[in-house]
Design a protein around this ligand. Structure first.
Ligand SMILES: Nc1nc2c(c(=O)[nH]1)N[C@H]1C(S)=C(S)[C@@H](COP(=O)(O)OP(=O)(O)OC[C@H]3O[C@@H](n4cnc5c(=O)[nH]c(N)nc54)[C@H](O)[C@@H]3O)O[C@H]1N2
Ligand SMILES: Nc1nc2c(c(=O)[nH]1)N[C@H]1C(S)=C(S)[C@@H](COP(=O)(O)OP(=O)(O)OC[C@H]3O[C@@H](n4cnc5c(=O)[nH]c(N)nc54)[C@H](O)[C@@H]3O)O[C@H]1N2
Ligand code: SF4
Ligand SMILES: [Mo]
Length: 774
């Protein structure tokens, strides 16, 4: 059965609409430098004008300013540059939200949703900020303005007439502040469900599950200082030059203190090879710092085999020179399952593992030699590891390596999952979770007096399935772009259309607002950089970065419209409309000052003692982290960290199938497309490209520049992503890559990671054929 897309795919499907300016240039061998600075300023000036945009840029990531909403990389604890604690992509994110363009009632009257859906993602986003609440009636073709009161009543009517609260799902994307997240989950639980899918489900869920099971906390264990002070960094499945640009500054500092770096990635990413610091004189004169000392170009999902090969070589070295490679004191005192692990690892042969991961034995040996005699080791990872069928086991294999070396809970050592959205880690701390722990629910009951539901709710994949088979009637989203971020776009679109009501709290328009339930509402809100003032008092909110530091953020820009409402206010008003006098939560008090919200967070969530005082300390405060202090709170393992025993993934692609991974370009934030330039990879003016190995291109009888269709074949369905241009690239044979979200149509809903249920966005098998016009 062939299943063609009835959903307009992100970016054109029609050959004539592929850019005739498409150009491929030599991929870059270093990142940042002057082009990054120029690009940052260009975008800011274009969208906002000099005073508004440049003024705001100077406040980004400053103590007392606002937190960059783009990624979760931490700010330095001290020693911040007075003018420049941002990067090119932080500036682009600001330009995108600080734009002065806005979508008025007139705009919605002139543009039907069908017309808007024909635009590509970039042009939908570039229309401007949503300026007032809008509503799409059943059978309607255009969104129309409504009042806030009307919108809250409408949503309440729907929620209060469902057969069960479990027929509604409440999604969260990772930008929402701690304060708004806490209120949101409180409302959802008082309403009566744990259906709280979130972007984490698609992102670092494999990390959260893997780390919680092996070290007792689902978070990383290092601080920024640890990165500066380490001897060896291993960076796996992450492209920091694009997705966490200021990490490069930290890497440079580490290199200046003689740290070594091993990069593990199928693609040669510029930001892992070398760095020119745009904020130092040296950067301006163009000297670059080499980053990776060893670059292991692993096959897609070859990481498990590679880690095992390294561990096996380390074990053999340890056998030759006992006590020199492994930290037996630590292993003995603080871990379990070491004997089983050692027995397990010996069943492999280095040569077989090398073949499985595609890295030559000599290079794996080099890696093992670099690791063998170092004690202060940090492993960083991101989506290349987590968005895999065996993502949880690979995360645990990373833990195995660190445990063998005793490189955890000591300065310069540890585990460093690098998070995506700026407050995705904080959202979880605030209990945005479909699987809340009994102790967390008990704390809510104790403080508020109502009984929160205990039954686990739907995650992202389960929500889509439930919408599709009619178990969910209302889909409510706190930010994000659920349609385009999730896998299996066609199926997800069908699922969304089957609901009775979709609601999106949002700053800007995106494709997810155009594929709706029978009725749809968009509620416009402040962005992180917008001023949020209550009764004349400017409010602060707080976010937790990737290293567990909670910091305040205060918007500096005048909002583009008087008709926006903060996410916290939206939740309070909605809760009042839905729950009325039944509610036992003091929603009105929370709308007097955000300090009142923080006072109650402090009562419910551990680690937030004196929240209002601590959040006002310059630089914020660290949340407790037991492994950082050498303790493991693992009830299953008697307070020790656990070695995990897991085999290699088994893949059985057909002879004509390729491994396909989906990646971010340098010119996007997730589903928000800033522009068409993937500068470091040398791709210009087009996103519908597929990166292929030159030998594969020749073998298949193609040539670079050919137009192809890509298909995947799972569950008896052919899913097709049409019209991509072949780019010859330095990527392992049989491995290919396309951009996200263009590739999402190819990922079946059924392909999700074991235990974390994260869609396998970093590996599906595909066929590639000459493009046929529709
Ligand atoms: N500018 C910008 N910043 C962002 C984002 C953005 O879109 N734009 N998104 C934010 C979010 S939510 C997140 S989660 C992070 C994402 O940050 P990253 O995880 O860095 O982003 P990706 O581009 O998804 O993929 C990471 C890398 O994994 C590699 N890879 C693919 N498959 C494999 C594999 O099997 N093994 C290994 N070892 N590597 C593999 C790819 O080549 C790529 O270099 O960035 C955050 N920051
Ligand atoms: N194939 C593939 N799919 C993936 C991935 C991949 O690597 N490959 N990555 C996955 C990952 S890691 C993630 S995190 C998800 C991301 O999934 P989402 O978080 O759902 O997607 P985003 O694109 O980050 O959401 C952008 C939208 O958020 C809204 N927005 C922006 N700022 C604000 C704000 O301050 N408040 C509110 N209320 N709304 C705001 C705007 O409408 C904007 O269009 O995608 C996942 N999907
Ligand atoms: S590294 Fe991330 S948080 Fe920092 S300025 Fe750049 S995009 Fe923003
Ligand atoms: Mo993410």
């Amino acid at each position: 059965m062939s299943k063609e897309q009835e959903v307009p795919q992100p970016n054109a499907e029609n050959p004539e609409e592929l850019s005739n300016k498409f150009k491929v240039t030599e991929p870059k061998k270093w990142a940042a430098g002057i082009p990054a600075v120029l690009k940052a300023f260009e975008d800011i000036l274009e969208e906002t004008g000099a005073t508004r945009g440049m003024g705001a840029l100077l406040k980004m990531n400053q103590k007392g300013g606002f937190d960059c909403s783009s990624c979760a990389w931490p700010d330095p604890d001290d020693d911040r540059s007075p003018i420049a604690e941002y990067c090119e992509n932080g500036a682009k994110a600001l330009a995108e939200e600080a734009t002065t363009k806005k979508l008025t009632a007139e705009f919605f009257a002139q543009n039907s949703i069908a017309d808007l859906a024909k635009l590509d993602d970039m042009h939908i986003g570039k229309k401007g900020r949503i300026a007032q609440p809008v509503y799409l009636p059943k059978g309607g073709t255009h969104y129309q303005p409504v009042t806030w009161d009307w919108a809250f009543k409408k949503i309440a009517e729907h929620l209060n007439t469902l057969d069960s609260p479990n027929e509604a799902a409440f999604y969260t994307s990772g930008r929402t502040s701690n304060e708004a997240s806490f209120l949101y989950q409180l409302f959802v639980r008082e309403y009566g469900t744990n259906n709280m899918p979130d972007c984490s489900n698609m992102c670092h869920e494999s990390t959260s599950v893997g780390l919680a099971e092996s070290i007792g906390i689902g978070k990383g264990t290092v601080t920024l200082e640890d990165i500066h002070d380490t001897d060896l960094l291993i960076i796996m499945g992450q492209n920091p030059g694009t997705n966490h640009p200021r990490m490069l500054t930290a890497l440079r500092k580490a290199k200046e203190k003689d740290a070594k770096i091993i990069a593990i990635n199928p693609l040669k990413e510029a930001g892992l090879m070398a760095f020119k610091d745009p904020q130092t004189v040296r950067g301006f004169v163009g000297t670059s710092v080499q980053l990776a000392d060893l670059y292991l170009q692993v096959k897609i999902n070859g990481d498990m085999a590679l880690l095992k090969a390294i561990e096996l070589l380390l074990y053999q070295a340890e056998m030759k020179t006992p006590d020199e490679v492994f930290d037996h004191k630590f292993i003995q005192e603080s871990t379990v399952n070491y004997e089983q692990f050692v027995e397990h690892i010996q069943q492999y042969k280095v040569e077989d593992l090398a073949k499985a991961c595609g890295v030559p034995v000599a290079q794996i040996r080099e890696a093992a030699d670099m690791i063998a005699h170092k004690k202060r080791i940090i492993v960083c990872w991101a989506m290349g590891i987590t968005q895999q069928k065996n993502g949880v086991d690979t995360v645990k294999e990373i833990v195995n390596l660190v445990l063998l070396k005793g490189s955890i809970g000591k300065p310069g050592s540890g585990l460093c999952p690098v998070r995506g959205h700026s407050n995705v880690q904080g959202n979880r701390t605030m209990m945005i979770w479909d699987k809340p722990k009994p102790a967390q629910l008990a704390a809510i009951k104790e403080v508020y007096g109502f009984d929160p539901p205990k039954e686990h709710g739907f995650d992202v994949v389960e929500s889509i399935q439930a919408m599709h088979d009619g178990r969910l009637q209302v889909f409510f989203a706190m930010g994000g772009n659920f349609l385009s971020a999730t896998p299996d776009t066609t199926f997800t679109a069908e699922a969304m259309r089957k609901t009775k009501l979709t609601v999106n709290i949002s700053t800007k328009l995106n494709r997810g607002h155009l594929i709706t339930g029978e009725e749809s509402i968009i509620l416009p809100t402040f962005a992180r950089s917008d001023k949020d003032v209550i009764n004349g008092v400017p409010q602060i909110v707080s976010c937790e970065n990737s290293m567990g530091v909670v910091q305040q953020s205060k918007g500096v820009l005048d909002p583009v419209s008087d008709d926006l409402m903060s996410e916290s206010f939206i939740v309070c008003n909605l809760a009042k409309a839905v729950l009325g006098s039944k509610s036992v939560v003091p929603w009105d008090r929370y709308m007097e000052s955000y300090d009142n919200i923080r006072d109650d967070i402090e009562k419910v969530i551990p680690g937030f003692e004196e929240y209002n005082k601590q959040i006002r300390k310059p630089g914020g405060f660290y949340l407790p982290n037991a492994p950082r202090a050498g303790k493991f709170e693992t009830p299953d393992w008697g307070g020790k960290a656990a070695f995990n025993i897991a085999g290699l993934p088994k893949h059985e692609p057909k002879a004509d199938e390729y491994y396909l991974t989906t990646i971010r370009s340098h010119d996007q934030f997730n589903t928000t497309i800033y522009g068409m330039e993937d500068r470091y990879r040398g791709i210009h003016n087009e996103r519908r490209v597929i990166f292929m190995n030159p030998a594969d291109i020749a073998k298949a009888g193609f040539k670079a520049g050919d137009k192809v269709d890509i298909s995947s074949h799972y569950d008896g369905i052919e899913r097709v992503a049409r019209l991509f241009i072949i780019v010859a690239y330095d990527i392992p044979e049989r491995n290919t890559a396309v951009y996200y979200p263009e590739g999402n149509v190819l990922i079946p809903l059924s392909s999700a990671a074991d235990k974390s249920n994260t869609p396998t966005s970093k590996l599906v098998f595909v066929k590639i054929r000459k493009h046929e016009a529709n």
